[in-house]
Design a protein around this ligand. Structure first.
Ligand SMILES: [Zn+2]
Length: 646
């Protein structure tokens, strides 16, 4: 549905009316029991108000922020319904696997639903993350914002809890007494889905930026005792992030905000936005190892930015009345693309990465988009429309398929827009002026979703810089373009160049454990993504290795007569510059051995940004902090070995 500004303004009232209507209904009561989390099982018991007759209950399918139907219905087991102490039969819908059909007998007003969920991600022996789609069941026939629900929680003894939900009874908090049940303030099914919980034995809660209202916290759980005790230096940077976001977005849409962070090599990586919190997962050394810290530098700033861009302001087609209706991804280049841009910019403004690192990573991102021949057959909008089928999968010919490119393409386009505004206004205005309008309209609110259209986006930009913004985006997003958008980088005072040395940030990644490809970066030379063991993940479409007939999935055994190692490959590429011979390669192709000759003579090539002297350095302007901070207020920390907090 397309909303004009006036209809959108009316929707503010609509949501407020809904909130008061919620309070007059009897809520579902759901108790999540994580006591068996270390054994990969969560349980829930729900009391659902019902009336006699047919009833369809449902669990969430299209999870907001995932942009895909990832609801874990296949892991929901042990489903038992009872009424007045007697089991009630149920039947799954033949088409929608998320729906459970029941017949409620006369005289029954409350239905009990028990669910178990098999949980193998975002959980370990010492910590657990609860996203409520694992344990929530509710009537299928109402908008989720109109269904009141009262959550409660049980966690293993001694585990601390981080969440944006408001505890109202059960105490103490945030480390509940062994065996106790913590009850939270009632909310809606829509908001509970948006309010995850983390819990763990090694738990710390740190307040952030005490000079900013409302309150912000980071809640951290880890697999080992010391990891969750974040360094004061890191906490200072995250406090800076809170200040920078407050300055850039000029409003808040939460009562208090909780960064929820797991540090675990077992529980897996995550970055999922919510309105009043974010679910962030990194490795055990994710913020203590320098290379890992750099790869994670924009995680918190990205997910935090989504509280405004994605949660508060959401493309109207991505906002559906329930979690069963497919979400349309057409404007994800705003939802995710602008967040990708702002997340990286705010990470640099906050000190989570340096300005030089910002430029290094921007060069790598821009170059990878340029070397993605799938852009010859599909435009960026199509990667957004098809978002739900483009995540993950086998990396073979990824560059020809394209992935969820609207993230990084969006980053370049929003940099293009920011530098255009700066150039045309003699650096008097910037994208920040647009953000104050687009994200700040409506002022400070509690959690609220206000949908927008492409037309509103262009109209708000037009208030900052009169320009044909519809054409601007049409040319860059909705049109097939073999070239990536480097205009913002060039207007920002830099150009993308290829040199024979990786930039300093890329060099740091080369030695990082667990990196996806590892080994040698030879994408921009011979056109291969290759693991440390010679296994080929991807081949650049129409690149030198492709022309030599090399395929994804093959494994390099030998190069120029020597057994493969990353160094042997690197030397062969280096020497290609002065050799008239092709690079001779022997490969394992399934159960066969094949030979290939790569006719390449360009030497090593790695992307970086080079300053163009005499032009305005907008990139440095953009990554300069908006806020000067000299705040030295003492902070009080909460830990899992303390039972109360002052
Ligand atoms: Zn995102």
């Amino acid at each position: 549905m397309r909303l004009s500004y006036f209809r959108m303004a009316a929707s503010f009232c609509g949501i407020l009316l809904t909130a008061s209507a919620l309070a007059q209904q009897t809520p579902i009561e759901v108790t999540a029991n994580l006591a068996d989390a270390p054994r990969k099982l969560y349980h829930s018991d729900s009391e659902i108000p019902v009336t006699a007759g047919p009833l369809t209950l449902i669990t969430p399918q299209w999870i907001p922020g995932n942009h895909r139907p990832t609801g874990p219905v296949s892991d929901i087991v042990g489903v038992v319904f009872t009424a007045n102490g007697k089991p009630l039969p149920w039947r799954r819908d033949n088409v929608n696997m998320y729906e459970f059909h029941l017949d409620i007998p006369p005289g029954v007003t409350m239905l009990h639903a028990h669910l178990d969920c098999i949980v193998t991600t975002r959980v370990s022996h010492k910590l657990a993350v609860l996203e409520w789609e694992r344990l929530m069941i509710y009537p299928a026939d109402k908008p989720v914002r109109d269904i009141p629900i009262q959550p409660s929680l049980i966690v293993p003894a001694g585990w601390g809890v981080g969440t944006a939900l408001t505890p109202i009874s059960g105490g103490p908090w945030p480390v509940p007494a062994a065996g106790s049940t913590t009850k939270f303030a009632a909310t809606s099914v829509e908001q509970l889905e948006d309010s995850p919980v983390i819990s763990g034995q090694y738990f710390h809660e740190f307040p952030l930026a005490p000079d900013i209202t409302p309150k912000h916290y980071i809640d951290v759980v880890s697999d080992f005792p010391d990891d969750s005790n974040l360094s004061p230096q890191l906490l200072d940077k995250i406090s800076n992030l809170v200040r920078e976001a407050s300055a850039a977005y000029a409003s808040h849409h939460y009562h208090e905000y909780h960064f929820l962070l797991t540090l675990s090599d077992v529980a897996g990586g995550e970055g999922l936005e919510h309105g009043q919190s974010s679910d962030n997962g990194v490795g055990e050394n994710g913020f203590s190892d320098r290379a890992q810290e750099l790869t994670n530098a924009d995680l918190l700033s990205h997910e935090f930015t989504h509280s405004w861009n994605g949660k508060y302001r959401r493309p109207s087609e991505l906002y559906q009345p329930d979690f069963a209706t497919p979400q349309w991804g057409r404007l994800l280049w705003v939802y995710e693309g602008m967040t990708q841009y702002l997340g990286n910019v705010l990470a640099a403004r906050s000190g989570l990465k340096t300005q030089a690192q910002y430029r290094d990573l921007l060069a790598m991102s821009a170059a990878s988009l340029e070397y993605r021949p799938g852009r010859d057959w599909r435009d960026t909008e199509d990667t957004a429309v098809a978002a739900s089928v483009l995540r993950g999968g086998n990396p073979a010919w990824f560059n020809y398929r394209r992935g969820q490119d609207y993230y990084q393409e969006g980053e370049l386009v929003w940099l293009d827009a920011d530098t255009l505004i700066r150039q045309k206004t003699n650096n008097q205005k910037s994208l920040t002026d647009f953000l104050h309008i687009f994200l700040g309209k409506g002022g400070n609110t509690g959690p609220l979703i206000v949908p927008y259209t492409f037309e509103e986006l262009c109209a708000d930009l037009n208030q900052v810089l009169p320009y044909d913004w519809a054409k601007f985006f049409h040319d860059r997003i909705y049109t097939i373009d073999p070239q990536a958008d480097f205009d913002g980088i060039e207007r920002g005072g830099y150009k993308v160049v290829f040199t024979d040395q990786p930039n300093p940030s890329a060099r740091m990644f080369t030695h990082m454990e667990g990196r996806r490809y590892g080994g040698v970066d030879c994408w921009y030379s011979i056109g291969l993504r290759i693991g440390r063991d010679g296994q080929i993940a991807d081949v650049l479409w129409n690149g030198p290795a492709d022309k030599a007939g090399i395929s994804p999935g093959e494994k390099i055994i030998a190069i120029n007569g020597r057994i493969f190692s990353p160094d042997v490959l690197k030397d062969a590429i280096h020497d290609s510059k002065t050799s008239t011979e092709p690079i001779h390669v022997i490969l394992q192709a399934d159960d066969y051995v094949v030979h290939a000759d790569i006719d390449y003579h360009g030497g090593e090539r790695y992307p970086s940004l080079q300053r163009v002297e005499g032009t305005p350095d907008y990139l440095d302007d953009i990554t300069t902090p908006l806020v000067k901070t000299d705040d030295t207020k003492p902070l009080t920390f909460r830990h899992s070995d303390e039972s109360s907090f002052n």
